[in-house]
Design a binder for this molecule. Structure first.
Ligand code: SAH
Length: 348
């Protein structure tokens, strides 16, 4: 007999009990408990982080990528996309603007662009750290060797974001070409932790071929990794990928997962992602109310924003950074939280 999720299931999570596989799947499938689930997640979030929302300035340094992930708009095989990469000076001027606006974390994200050798990455990281010693630098540049991760860390990088995308081997194979493996991605994540990065992982919700069972595996994998940061967002279709016939993921299921993650990982830094804001105009506000405590406004030069097209209709691609932060601050306040000027490390 299939078991049902009830308020008692949510209460058990709230008390930090480890739910059974059946209970977690039942909770994922239940849409009648959301209000209670979000309230409990918010309670835990306020206990650990009050009403503070941390901001991270996202700088999209390159849309060149050697990989061919079937879901991603900047995949190597997308010949329609015009490619760009930022110079060190470009990145530093984004940081200067960001610093003035109150950002104390800069996230350098990009495709796996071979132009960015370890020396170039390290030079950019150490230049940011020497000009802004009170800021954290987060990298999100994909899968690298243990040695490369060590070099970046020695150059001053504090954090690394690498979503595992799916923890199910078969599902991973349906989202990626054979040249990529879940095993390597997981190894990268454990290496990052070993090297001493604040490490972030995560996955898309509603990616093609995802099931409740693969989502359960995602939660179990995160329990074994114990990441400091967990980023999730709905899968969103990009017209120039092999997955262009698949539908977007679900807003409701993404929010439910944000809340479940908050309860399972009380201290985690959980962003209310751009993908959430893209699938629904109030998606980021809803994410905050479901337990998220981070937002990542775009600090990339306006001229390149549209080219970092992971998925269609990405929001905030036309605005100046200053406009973005004013808009976001009022959105955050409208749901009872406030943006703080803080490096925003994980509280443990
Ligand atoms: N090359 C880096 C950065 C990838 S882009 C890396 O490998 O980590 C950052 C994240 O965007 C990805 O990890 C993926 O989860 C998400 N993403 C990519 N395509 C997407 C899509 N079509 N819809 C929603 N999210 C997507």
């Amino acid at each position: 007999m299939e078991i049902k999720a009830t308020k008692a299931t949510v209460d058990a999570l709230l008390k930090n009990k480890n739910l059974s596989d059946e209970e977690l799947i039942a909770l994922l499938k239940t849409d009648t408990l959301d209000e209670y689930l979000f309230a409990c997640a918010d309670k835990i979030r306020r206990l650990n982080y009050g009403n503070e929302v941390y901001i991270r300035g996202l700088i999209e340094i390159s849309n060149y990528c050697k990989n061919n992930c079937y879901y991603c708009g900047i995949r190597a095989g997308n010949a329609k996309l015009s490619r760009y990469r930022l110079s060190k000076e470009d990145v530093l001027s984004c940081c200067r603007e960001g610093y003035r606006l109150g950002f104390r974390t800069f996230v350098l994200q990009g495709g796996e662009d071979m132009f960015f050798t370890d020396d170039i990455v390290c030079d950019i990281v150490s230049s940011i750290k020497s000009e802004f010693p009170d800021c954290a630098v987060t990298l999100s540049l994909g899968e690298k060797s243990f040695e490369s991760y060590v070099k970046y860390r020695n150059a001053g990088a504090d954090r690394y974001l690498l979503r595992h995308e799916t923890a199910d081997n078969e599902h991973y194979g349906k989202l990626h070409p054979e040249t990529m493996s879940l095993e390597n991605r997981k190894e990268c994540l454990f290496n990052l932790k070993k090297i001493g990065y604040q490490t972030g992982s995560g996955f898309m919700v509603g990616s093609p071929y995802q099931t409740y069972e693969t989502l359960l595996e995602d939660l179990r994998f995160l329990q074994s990794l114990k990441p400091d940061m967990i980023g999730i967002g709905p899968y969103l279709t990009h017209q120039d990928t092999p997955f262009n016939k698949f539908e977007n993921g679900s807003l409701a299921l993404t929010l439910r997962l944000v809340a479940i993650l908050r309860l399972m990982f009380p201290y985690a830094l959980i962003p209310s992602t751009t993908a959430l804001g893209t699938i629904n105009p109030n998606g980021r506000e809803m994410g905050l109310k479901a337990g998220a405590n981070v937002v990542m406004p775009n600090l990339s030069p306006t001229s390149v924003r549209k080219l970092y097209s992971l998925y269609d209709h990405k929001i905030c691609t036309g605005d100046e950074a200053a406009q973005c932060i004013v808009c976001l601050a009022s959105r955050v306040e409208s749901v009872g939280y406030r943006i703080v000027t803080d490096v925003g490390n994980v509280k443990k």
